[in-house]
Design a protein around this ligand. Structure first.
Ligand code: SAM
Length: 245
């Protein structure tokens, strides 16, 4: 029976590739990769030589039929992206959806994912959270997206590149003001940094140390105060006022 393994790869530190992921990558008939040159470097490091098939957002739909036929013939295939877990702000959704619709077996090989790594070290509530990926490139649209979720009580998680990190923080400051933000930068890499503060405070830190604006970011924004807590506050205030009267 053919299988598509969806394999998570490191987000920086190559030691994070799981033993199972390494074994699967060395055993499959071919590996579909977002950027074959990038994946080739990883495979060379692992001492693995397997045929690569390019699969990116522009040819994903066209590749579906080809890969489905190979699976029907009993092939074992892997899907990887440049970093972390495929489909998470990365290609693969259309392929996985169509293969599953066609009755193919799809098996996840879990591993690194920047959003989960960031949340696991941020100290923000994780019982519920919203992953919003990359927000719009233009500030106006981005502020609308930030506003649309501004009253949500759960933690909100965004991905951002170094090009726009300051713009995103400026928009967060404008839309939600002083709320706590945790920035996870360069996770698992040499310059891994976790910073905590309001968006305005984080911008000030970047003014003083421009290196803090470099690299890849997971941006985590505390949710709006929970309604029960907000209600408690109101009751508490009323009680204090009654006692003072
Ligand atoms: N599929 C990946 C995953 O599982 O996390 C995400 C791919 S997405 C195209 C790339 C974005 O993920 C970056 O712009 C950044 O927001 C985040 N990211 C990836 N690696 C990271 C790292 N080492 N530290 C912080 N953020 C990272």
């Amino acid at each position: 029976e053919g299988v598509l393994y969806v394999v998570a790869t490191p987000i920086g530190n190559l030691e994070d590739l799981s033993a199972r992921a390494g074994r699967i990558l060395s055993e499959v008939d071919a590996i579909a990769a977002e950027d074959t040159r990038h994946t080739q470097r990883l495979l060379r490091h692992l001492g693995i030589e397997r045929p690569l098939i390019s699969l990116h957002e522009h040819n994903e739909a066209a590749r579906v039929d080809q890969l489905r036929k190979r699976l029907a013939d009993g092939a074992q295939l892997a899907l990887v992206s440049d970093a972390g877990t495929p489909l998470i702000s990365d290609p693969g959704f259309v392929l996985v959806r169509e293969l599953r619709r066609a009755g193919c077996r799809v098996v996840p090989i879990p591993g690194p994912c920047a959003l989960v790594a960031g949340l696991s070290a941020a100290g923000l509530p994780t019982d519920r959270f919203t992953f919003e990926g990359f927000l719009a490139a233009k500030s106006g649209a981005r502020r609308k997206q930030l506003e649309a979720g501004a009253s949500r009580e759960e933690t909100r998680v965004f991905y951002e590149s170094p090009h726009r990190i300051r713009d995103l923080l400026e928009d967060i400051a404008a839309v939600v003001g002083e709320r706590q933000v945790v920035l996870a930068r360069e996770l698992t890499k040499t310059f891994e940094t976790l910073l905590d503060g309001s968006a305005t405070e984080l911008l000030r830190i970047m003014d003083e140390d421009p290196d803090q604006a470099r690299g890849e970011f997971v941006v985590m924004l505390a949710g709006a105060p929970r309604r029960e807590e907000a209600a408690d506050d109101v009751e508490g205030t009323a009680l204090i006022q009654a006692m003072l009267a």
